[in-house]
Design a protein around this ligand. Structure first.
Ligand code: HAM
Length: 419
């Protein structure tokens, strides 16, 4: 079949069988987040474009190249959300959800949009499961958030995740570090890509995140942010590391891990698995973001997991449960019994069974073929002569065995019932 239209590049349909395994993963997330006292929040898919320019950063790839931006009919510049953190913070402020002295904990499950170059693990519409905890600056929360992220993967059976950890400091230490980076990169100007030449001026930290090979080669030799952390950021990071160490949580210290979004401060982290050049989840602190969006000077931290990437890994490793629900019963009947057949189907469904019924009500043989195609476990054949004695035929569709049984054996009574 060749349809008139096909889906756009970089987006795709998630078909019923797959949706089911997605829901299972989401249920796991919901249950885990519940235990950590996170509450679900849903924010709109469209937001003011300016909000992401300000928070994700003018020099970030997301804003420069990947954001879906358009003018709506009211001439407002609108973006399809490329990420979930800024929207959650906006919702937190707009709906006055701040309770002094209380950490506000949210989670979300939804689709994001980035005009990325479509390839394995990179879509233009992708789905994230994320959390945000607002209002607490303690390193203890950093540790808890990281543990929660790793716990989620473990619960899905993924035991060999690799945690990358870094600190990007605060604006104070970052300005020192940016100066050092400028000095370091200037002699290599010719080796940097055109984007990084601009970044050198505006936001040299972004060069560390550049995916161009030439830039990557230079970045290896760049100074480490950890040598530029101010006392507060250094102690914070040491505390995070020391508790993770005591809890025997393994991580790789990756001093180039600045992440693709500008709002991060202090702790940043990503999770991947060996052999994968992409992250399946990532996050960090963003202690300036809430204030930047017009709120009080409150810290925040969170992460987001890429659903498509996660599902691919689980499938590759045989950890994805992909089974289709099949009908428990298929109801076949003499056409004269149509009312009784509909009644029976409803009663069985009321009891929780998955029930299909023939809509053609042709002869019994062709209905049996329909039952076969439906993959139903059992068929119930309602013949006029048998039903006169309250009997039907129950056919096991796997073994082919069939028996006459009393309707009472089905534990439903259609005698005298009304639908
Ligand atoms: P992010 O690292 O940009 O962080 O995205 C999080 C995850 O989304 C990635 O680790 C990846 O699995 C998935 N992802 C990103 N882009 C794509 C894509 N084009 N196709 C498929 N999957 C993708 C954030 O979005 C932050 N808001 C996370 C956060 C929450 N930080 C603090 N709180």
């Amino acid at each position: 079949m060749k349809p008139k239209y096909t889906s756009l590049r970089g987006v795709r349909d998630i078909l019923p069988e797959e949706v089911k395994s997605w829901r299972r993963i989401e249920d796991k997330a919901r249950e885990l987040f519940r235990r950590y006292n996170y509450k679900e929040i849903e924010t709109p898919i469209i937001e003011p474009a300016e909000m992401f320019v300000r928070t994700v950063g003018e020099e970030s790839d997301i804003v420069r190249k990947e954001m879906y931006v358009f003018k709506d009919r009211g001439d407002r510049l609108v973006a399809l959300r490329p990420e979930g953190t800024a929207p959650v913070v906006r919702a937190f402020l707009e709906n006055n959800l701040y309770v002094p002295g209380k950490v506000a904990k949210f989670y979300y499950i939804g689709d994001m949009f980035r005009y990325d170059r479509p390839q394995a693990g990179r879509q233009r519409e992708f789905h994230q499961i994320g959390i945000e905890a607002l209002g607490e600056s303690s390193y203890i929360l950093d540790v808890e958030v990281i543990i929660l992220l790793l716990e989620f993967f473990k619960e899905l059976g993924l035991n060999d995740t690799i945690l990358l950890l870094n600190s990007v400091g605060c604006p104070k230490c970052r300005s020192e570090y940016s100066k050092a980076l400028r000095e370091f990169f200037t002699p290599y100007l010719d080796e940097l890509c055109e984007d990084c030449k601009v970044r050198l001026e505006n936001n040299p930290l972004r060069i560390l995140d550049c995916k161009v090979e030439g830039c990557k080669r230079v970045v290896v030799k760049a100074p480490s942010i950890l040598d530029y952390l101010c006392n507060d950021c250094r102690v914070h990071f040491e505390n995070v590391r020391s508790v993770l160490d005591s809890l025997d949580v393994r991580y790789i210290l990756d001093t180039r891990l600045v992440r693709g979004l500008d709002y991060y401060t202090k702790t940043t982290f990503e999770v991947t698995v060996s052999g994968l050049d992409l992250s399946i989840g990532g996050g960090g602190r963003y202690d300036g973001l809430i204030k930047d969006l017009g709120g009080p000077d409150l810290p925040g931290i969170g992460f987001a997991i890429g659903m498509e990437r996660l599902v691919n890994i689980l499938r590759d490793r045989g950890l994805l449960i992909e089974e289709e629900d099949v009908p428990d019963y298929f109801i076949i009947y003499d056409v004269i019994l149509v009312t009784k057949a509909i009644m029976l189907s409803k009663l069985l469904r009321d009891q929780g069974f998955i029930v299909e019924i023939s809509y053609t009500a042709k002869n019994l043989k062709s209905q049996l073929k329909e039952a076969d195609r439906s993959k139903a476990k059992k068929s119930i054949i309602m013949r006029e002569d048998l039903l006169a004695n309250d009997k039907v035929i129950l056919k096991d569709m796997t073994t082919g065995e069939q028996e006459e049984i009393g309707l009472d054996k089905l534990e439903v009574s259609i005698i005298g019932e009304r639908v």
